[in-house]
Design a binder for this molecule. Structure first.
Ligand SMILES: Nc1ncnc2c1ncn2[C@@H]1O[C@H](COP(=O)(O)OP(=O)(O)OP(=O)(O)O)[C@@H](O)[C@H]1O
Ligand SMILES: [Mg+2]
Length: 279
């Protein structure tokens, strides 16, 4: 670390009880041959309330696995995960997920998709619809309440997926390559909208991306993972660029460029290691 801004991350004061706390987490899978495949090795990661944290790393290093562990879709082989200080066992009730592929139901209209989570929690249809209308408007889809996802563009379906999550007012928003499939302009609009919505909430975000620029533009903190197997955390960078940010413009900020160069130096070595393993 050569400049002041590039110090390793120092947890903020409010992180004394982190919202997400991975303690010495290891994840192994058993291969069909019976061999053990260690994906993650001894991961320690604390994420505070309201923190926007991105994870970058070479393809296959274990980013989605990390997210799945935080979501409670899978359990660690060793170590533990605490959510708000409580041991996570089973599905994480504080988290909502937005994946790369759409998680909308094609046979339901926008309003039925968005209100579904509240309805499953037993809310009356009229109340759930009222809240859904608010979130549909908030993600810029007013007027499309009765459309089916097939009649929407990819960007619009992504907005539906976001509204589906946000309506539940999750403490933790987990996003796995959520904007990767969007064209560059739609993506930049969605990134800005995500930031403006997130700034109004106290949600902690874990955002997985292949795109280091996207990670820096959005985040308070960027985590670099090593190439697998047995991936671990290589770098933990604080991004204290001013907010509110315009993601399209911040990429030209000299501080942004310095951060990019610094983090890329770390990431590039891991990408090369990963690439060498494949060839
Ligand atoms: N259910 C599973 N059973 C066996 N191995 C798995 C399982 N899920 C993931 N893996 C292995 O774990 C490793 C990490 O996968 P993961 O999907 O977490 O990587 P990633 O960093 O998200 O990759 P990408 O950037 O390509 O999305 C890979 O080697 C993968 O084959
Ligand atoms: Mg992945």
């Amino acid at each position: 670390m050569t400049t002041e801004r590039m110090v390793r991350y120092v947890a903020p004061d409010n992180a004394s009880t982190p919202v997400i706390n991975l303690k010495a987490v290891t994840k192994e899978y058993i291969k069909p041959t019976g061999e053990i495949h260690t994906v993650l090795q001894d991961i320690n990661l604390q994420i505070g309330k309201g923190e926007f944290c991105s994870i970058v790393g070479p393809s296959g290093c274990g980013k989605s696995t990390t997210l799945n562990l935080i979501a409670g879709f899978e359990a660690p082989t060793a170590g533990k995960i605490q959510i708000g200080g409580t041991l996570l066992q089973g599905i994480n009730p504080s988290a909502a997920c937005v994946f790369q592929t759409d998680n909308t139901f094609p046979w339901k209209t926008v309003i039925d998709n968005v209100s579904l989570g509240l309805r499953l929690h037993g809310m009356k249809k009229s109340e759930a619809y009222e809240q859904a209308r608010h979130w549909i408007e908030r993600v810029g889809l007013k007027g499309f309440e009765n459309h089916y996802p097939s009649r929407l563009s990819g960007g619009m379906r992504k907005r539906v997926a976001l509204a589906q999550c946000l309506i539940m007012q999750p403490e933790i928003l987990l996003m796995d390559e959520s904007f990767s499939a969007l064209d560059v302009h739609t993506r930049s609009v969605m990134e800005n909208e995500l930031l403006s919505i997130w700034e109004e909430t106290s949600a902690s975000v874990v955002f997985i991306t292949h795109d280091l620029e996207e990670a820096i533009a959005l985040s308070d903190r960027v985590i670099v993972m090593t190439a697998g197997p047995a991936a671990t955390i290589k770098g933990d960078y604080r991004i204290d660029l001013e907010r509110p940010r315009n993601v399209a413009e911040i990429r030209f900020d000299p501080e942004f460029l310095k951060l990019h160069q610094q983090i890329w130096n770390d990431l590039r070595d891991e990408v090369m290691t990963s690439y060498a393993q494949l060839h």
